[in-house]
Ligand binder design. Structure first.
Ligand code: PMP
Length: 379
């Protein structure tokens, strides 16, 4: 019987206690019981977001949260910086353009992170830029952006800083308040180990002012409605009740572990994965200076088709990793270490990768990847 191990960068594995919470009979959302759950969820999210700002829970995948950020902060004709160094940075541009926002796009080679100095240069050149959109962990390339450095630059201006933390939240550090990040967007199905269905958006005072004045069309994702409802511990529409209740199970786990411990834990899993790849004679796709602890993007030799590696791992051995997107299709595989994953999951994934690489003719010492990861995990 095949197992189904998810080492994908979302959705991630759901631990049994959270599965059990998801299986509870539904309750009605306009009840004191649900209000208690919602209140607890918001408080728990504030801990993970490291913020005292409002956090709105929306019923959508992460992209819905991104769209909500754009439509609520900006009006048609407003200017914004976006950073295109991967699929999800590009998504900010696409959403902005859909709302008539004029984008100043900073192009970054895939595998590299934007430098704060680049953002400063663009902001200095145009004082009318109202927002800067960046990506904490660019899932398509395996880099992490230095959000703190970017925030230092943006905080001196009238612009708001908006961070897509869909795949990075709870995995790598993001000090929303201490660094001065105005809006953080995340979702349920990555670090928080839940099914897709919830997006989260935090908003600072500076962001709230824009939310009140944006002229973009908005209805379902109108954060003014979310804000008003939140004041009464409520949501404007029927929330994904079951996922909100299970979210509390997830948030309790995160709190119990402690954020700092979790960041160190994922850093170790990431380091083990990286060492394993190197020991198999493979190189890491991202630049070392910005390599992410959220997921590891591994370049494959030209003779090996990444799509095939992924397919055999999944269909023959029941282990899912992600392939490359766009120009990286077939050239990389991505192994995630976020949410409910431990060193034995990583070792299983690496040993499966070895088996498949061997089958596809790659030359290396069998077991070298597993041994390298073990060495890190036992240090
Ligand atoms: N941003 C990042 C960094 C992501 O990894 C993802 C999902 N892979 C998204 C945005 C989009 O989220 P969703 O697919 O949930 O809409």
């Amino acid at each position: 019987m095949k197992r189904n191990l998810l080492l994908t960068p979302g959705p991630t594995q759901i631990p049994p206690e959270i599965c059990a919470a998801l299986g509870k009979p539904i309750i009605h959302h306009r009840t004191p019981q649900f209000q208690e759950n919602l209140k607890e969820a918001i408080e728990g999210l504030k801990y993970v977001f490291q913020t005292k700002n409002d956090i709105y829970i929306l019923t959508s995948s992460g992209t819905g949260g991104m769209e909500a950020a754009v439509s609520n902060l900006l009006s048609p004709g407003d200017k914004a910086i976006t950073v295109e160094g991967g699929k999800f940075g590009e998504r900010w541009t696409e959403i902005c353009q859909s709302y008539g926002v004029v984008t100043k796009v900073i192009q970054v080679p895939w595998g590299k992170a934007v430098q704060a100095s680049e953002i400063k240069k663009t902001l200095d050149a145009d004082k009318n830029i109202k927002a800067v959109f960046i990506t904490l962990a660019e899932t398509s390339t395996g880099i992490t952006t230095d959000v703190e450095a970017v925030a230092k630059v943006v905080n001196h201006t009238g612009a708001v800083l908006v961070v897509d933390a869909v795949s990075g939240l709870g995995v790598v550090d993001l000090k929303t308040d201490a660094w001065g990040v105005d809006v953080v967007v995340s979702a349920s199905h990555k670090g928080l180990m839940l099914p897709p269905g919830l997006a989260f958006v935090s908003a600072s005072e500076k962001a709230l002012k824009l939310i009140e004045t944006s002229k973009s069309p908005r209805y379902y994702f109108d954060l003014r409605k979310s804000r008003e409802a939140l004041a009464d511990v409520d949501t404007p529409f029927t929330p994904a009740i079951g996922i909100v209740i299970a979210l509390n199970e997830s948030l309790r786990r995160v709190k119990q572990e402690g954020l700092e411990n979790l960041f160190a834990y994922y850093a170790k899993l990431a380091q083990g994965t990286r060492e394993a790849a190197k020991a198999l004679g493979l190189s890491l796709f991202p630049d070392e200076s910005c390599i992410s602890n959220v997921l590891t993007a591994i370049s494959l030799p030209a003779a090996i088709d990444g799509g095939k590696v992924m397919k055999i791992m999944r269909d023959t051995h029941g282990i899912s990793v992600a392939g490359g997107q766009d120009t990286l299709k077939g050239k990389i595989i991505r192994i995630a270490h976020m949410g409910c994953v431990d060193e034995y999951d990583i070792l299983t994934g690496i040993s499966c990768l070895e088996k498949v690489l061997l089958k596809l003719g790659h030359k290396f010492t069998l077991g070298a990847g597993v041994a390298a990861a073990q060495k890190v995990f036992n240090s």
